[in-house]
Design a protein around this ligand. Structure first.
Ligand SMILES: Cc1cc2nc3c(=O)[nH]c(=O)nc-3n(C[C@H](O)[C@H](O)[C@H](O)COP(=O)(O)OP(=O)(O)OC[C@H]3O[C@@H](n4cnc5c(N)ncnc54)[C@H](O)[C@@H]3O)c2cc1C
Length: 324
């Protein structure tokens, strides 16, 4: 029977979304008669177990121990190795997060399994796992096949999170007496709090390189001021140029947003951007290039100049507000 093992990720008792995304992928890979096991590691992680109990995994293992309070490679490997020896997974799935980047390459050596990192798609057919990885900064999709047991790390935001299901978490007690931990965590430094939280906004007005310069930002800020509950965000070039703070970046190296409305203004729609916003309920894109990839995910696409379209929308919103 096919066995897929998902290594769930949590920080301070909060489950990362990528874990739920990976459970839905595991479910697909396992097929009708396969088994999906989820392993969560940490200390005092009852809420994580509770959240995982509401998924369509078959088995949820909770390794809750003070040795696992902070992520360290050695302690996590200690547990995962024991779980893998017991369950003999055909595929281990983790998130391509900062933890995943540190953990899984070493695990592939420890378990003698191949590893494919930063995958944006993965399927399993007849025992062969085929993954898609992006090459040359997202310009080319490369397909790679792995025969036999393997590890894959999935880019956050590329799979839909699993929904529904019910499973009772099972404690997984590991004996740590023979653990040789070479690292200890001295503490975490949190980045300064941002003035706005783009992940919680109902409407995200997102600007790209198409705005040309920082001096043009007020045009788009006016739109934000006219739309109740909206915040201003941007693509990476906008952040890298220092036009907006880092906490406003949408995308794989920024934040993942799922608002009710996402307005993409002068954004081409590179895959690294799409992975941070394609889960939005409704996407409106304005771009003067009709072949811009953003139109592939947009519900409404306007092929026009943002410097014409945005002031027209603001004018209309103001007219409507006055008419009330
Ligand atoms: C490892 C890695 C991580 C990355 N992480 C991220 C990330 O987190 N987030 C992210 O956004 N990117 C990320 N990128 C960069 C990504 O690959 C793209 O380069 C970036 O998203 C492009 O931003 P853009 O769409 O604003 O700019 P461009 O690709 O330059 O597109 C600008 C668009 O504006 C349009 N335009 C220009 N003028 C107008 C106008 N007047 N009216 C209407 N349309 C106009 C153009 O037609 C064009 O489509 C990452 C790249 C790498 C390699």
């Amino acid at each position: 029977m096919t066995e897929i093992l998902v290594v769930a990720e949590q920080r301070e008792g909060v489950l990362k979304d990528v874990s739920l995304e990976n459970i839905s992928l595991a479910r697909e890979m396992a097929g009708n008669d396969g088994n999906v096991t989820v392993l969560a590691m940490g200390s005092g992680i009852k809420p994580v177990g509770e959240r995982l109990s509401l998924t369509n995994a078959d088995v949820v293992l909770i390794a809750d121990d003070p040795h696992l309070k902070d992520y360290t490679y050695d302690a996590y490997r200690h547990v995962l190795k024991k779980v893998a020896e017991e369950r003999r997974p055909d595929v281990i799935i983790g998130g391509h997060t900062s933890l995943g980047m540190d953990f899984f390459p070493g695990i592939s050596v420890a378990l003698d399994m191949g590893v494919a990192t930063d995958c944006v798609r993965a399927v399993r057919n007849g025992g062969i796992v085929t993954v898609t990885r992006q090459l040359y900064g997202g310009k080319i999709d490369g397909e790679f096949s792995v025969e036999g047991a393997c590890i894959i790390t999935m880019r956050p935001g590329v799979c839909k999170p699993c929904s529904g299901g019910s499973v009772s978490p099972t404690p997984f007690a590991a004996d740590f007496s023979d653990l040789k931990n070479r690292t200890s965590v001295r503490g975490y430094e949190k980045p300064p709090r941002e003035d706005v939280d783009i992940e919680k906004a109902k409407i995200v007005v997102s600007v790209g390189r198409g705005i040309e310069k920082k001096e043009n930002l007020p045009i788009f800020e006016e739109l934000v001021n006219s739309l109740n509950g909206s915040v201003l965000a941007g693509s990476r070039p906008v952040i890298d140029s220092g036009w907006l703070p880092k906490g406003r970046q949408v995308g794989v190296s920024g934040k993942t947003v799922k608002p009710r409305l996402y307005l993409a203004l002068g954004i081409s729609g590179a895959i690294q951007h799409l992975s941070g916003m394609s889960g939005s309920d409704f996407i409106v894109a304005v771009n003067k290039d009709r072949d811009a990839p953003i139109f592939k995910v947009a519900n409404v696409g306007v092929v026009d100049d943002i410097f014409k379209v945005v002031p027209a929308i603001v004018k209309e919103l103001k007219n409507q507000a006055q008419a009330k």
